[in-house]
Design a protein. Structure first.
Length: 207
């Protein structure tokens, strides 16, 4: 439920050209925008609003209260995201072999394989933020043995130039993130006889 609290404490001016009533109105507007962002779950943007208010007048307790709520909410989101990543990191893939596999099929494979290997306890939800053509035509060739699923995802991220982000309820795969794929060694993978390279055409093979 959205809550709007009228500010009654003394408020400093945003600029020398503003009257006290104009300055209070501006701060009230920023405060209301911050509350709306907080209620919408946009905690980082809300923090910017409340921080700006407190910079003008540290005595505005409602803004300080919301700023603390934003920090707690962001910390909670990070904890949940880390839990999801930690769960997937515990899943060891005995063998994986992609040959010119479309990125969409690879993400589906990770979901199904995670559920199989965890006995149904973990079923990651991947959301691909690329086009249908990218999902179908971004091909990866990759061979791995006995690796945590998070490492397999990291290698796929690098080879396909897809940015991976672990969020509260999903793993976001974004090929349009400015080319910022999850970091992985640039040299050929060496552990356990693993090989990896990007593909350009062919058929899918999952082992």
């Amino acid at each position: 439920m959205k809550i709007t609290v009228l500010l009654s404490l003394p408020i400093l001016l945003f600029g020398f050209c503003l009257t006290p009533s104009e300055a209070q109105s501006d701060i009230q507007t920023v405060y209301n925008e911050g509350v709306t962002l907080y209620n919408d779950g946009e905690y980082t943007d809300a923090m910017v609003k409340f921080t700006a208010i407190l910079k003008e007048d540290p005595r505005i307790i409602h803004a300080r209260s919301y700023l603390n709520k934003c920090r707690l909410a962001l910390a909670s989101k990070r904890d949940v995201s880390n839990d999801i990543k930690a769960q997937i990191a515990q899943i060891i893939i005995p063998q994986l072999n992609f040959k010119d596999a479309p990125i969409g099929d690879i993400l589906d494979y990770f979901t199904i394989r995670a559920e199989e290997l965890s006995g149904g306890k973990v079923r990651p939800n991947f959301i691909y933020r690329g086009s249908a053509d990218q999902r179908r035509n971004t091909l990866v060739t990759l061979s791995l043995r006995n690796v945590p699923m998070t490492e397999a995802i990291r290698y796929v991220s690098q080879l396909s130039e897809t940015h991976i982000k672990y969020e509260e309820h999903a793993i976001i795969a974004n090929p349009n993130y400015g080319g910022a794929a999850e970091s992985a060694p640039e040299e050929a993978l060496s552990q356990g006889g693993q090989t990896a390279n990007s593909g350009s055409s062919g058929t899918t093979l999952f082992d």
